[in-house]
Design a protein around this ligand. Structure first.
Ligand SMILES: [Zn+2]
Length: 257
C-alpha cells in the first residue's frame, strides 16, 4: 500500500498513456496520488483529472515559485476559488527557489506568504518547495510558526540536511522523500530521513521529474514511488510493508484522504 504525495499529472508527457500510467500505479500498490498544481492553469487541469478519476486522484492548488512571474494577473484569485473545492486537498506547490532566476525573490516571498495564510485559513496542508533557499524558507516558516503555532503541511522532495529536517519537524511539518533518496550522492538526505519521526514520513515521485534509480534519464511516473519507499525502508531499518503502511497512513491523515 502506497501513496504518491506529489505528482505533476497534467504534464504533457503523461497525455499519451494516462490510463496505462494509472493502471501501472494501481499495480504497484498505490491507493492514492496527489496531483500538484504549479500554476492557476495547471491547478485547474489537475483538479479536472482528479474529478475524472475520483477513486485514486486528488489535487492541490497553488503557484510554483518559478512560475509566479509568468502568471496572468487574475491567477491568485483563481487559486483562491480552486482552494475551496472539496477535491482540492492541499495548497501549493509554493515555496522559495534560489537555483533558478525565473521569479524575483521578493515576489516569491510574497506568494509563499499568501499560500501560508490560505493554508492556515482553510486548514488544508501546504506543499512546500525549497531549492537552495533553506535559510529563507526557515525564516518565513518560523515567522508563521511563532505567530500561529504548528504548520500543517509537507516539505516536498526533501533535499536538505538533518538540521533542516529537524527544524521542519519541530514546526509541525511532514517530510516527503522523492527519488533523490535513491541517488548515489544523497548520503545527507538519507541521514536526514533517519532523523524524521515515523509519523511524519511520506514518499512521492515529483513525476515526471526526478526518477529514482534505475530509471534516471527517463520519465518518472507514480508507480516508481515503490522504489523510493523500498530505499526508505532500507535507510530507516523497517520492512517495506511497514513503510508502505505508515507513509500511507501519514498521507491520509495530512491530506484528509
Ligand atoms: Zn513539484
Amino acid at each position: 500500500m502506497l501513496i504518491d504525495t506529489h505528482a505533476h499529472l497534467d504534464d504533457p508527457r503523461f497525455a499519451g498513456d494516462f490510463d496505462a500510467m494509472l493502471s501501472r500505479a494501481r499495480g504497484a500498490g498505490l491507493v492514492a496520488i496527489v496531483g500538484v498544481g504549479a500554476s492557476a492553469a495547471s491547478s485547474l487541469s489537475t483538479l479536472d483529472l482528479a474529478r475524472r478519476h475520483p477513486a485514486i486522484l486528488k489535487a492541490t492548488a497553488g503557484i510554483h515559485p518559478n512560475h509566479a512571474a509568468q502568471e496572468p494577473s487574475d491567477a491568485w484569485d483563481r487559486i483562491l476559488q480552486l482552494a475551496n473545492e472539496a477535491d482540492v486537498v492541499g495548497i501549493g506547490e509554493t515555496g522559495l527557489d534560489r537555483h533558478w532566476q525565473d521569479t524575483p525573490f521578493p515576489m516569491q516571498e510574497d506568494f509563499f506568504a499568501r499560500h501560508l495564510a490560505l493554508s492556515r485559513s482553510l486548514q488544508k496542508p501546504i506543499v512546500i518547495h525549497c531549492r537552495e533557499a533553506e535559510i529563507d524558507v526557515l525564516r518565513m516558516l518560523r515567522d508563521e510558526f511563532d505567530r500561529h503555532g504548528p504548520i500543517l503541511g509537507v516539505m516536498h522532495s526533501f533535499a536538505g540536511d538533518r538540521a533542516f529536517a529537524e527544524a521542519n519537524v519541530a514546526m509541525g511539518l511532514h517530510i516527503s522523500l522523492s527519488g533523490i533518496l535513491t541517488y548515489k550522492n544523497a548520503d545527507s538526505i538519507r541521514d536526514a530521513a533517519k532523523a524524521v519521526p515515523a509519523e511524519r514520513l511520506m514518499v512521492e515521485t515529483d513525476c515526471p521529474y526526478l526518477p529514482p534509480t534505475p530509471h534516471r534519464g527517463k520519465r518518472n511516473e507514480p508507480a516508481y514511488v515503490a522504489l523510493t519507499a523500498a530505499k526508505l525502508a532500507e535507510v530507516v531499518g523497517r520492512s517495506e510493508a511497514e513503510i508502505g503502511e505508515l507513509t500511507t497512513a501519514n498521507a491520509k491523515r495530512l491530506f484528509a484522504l
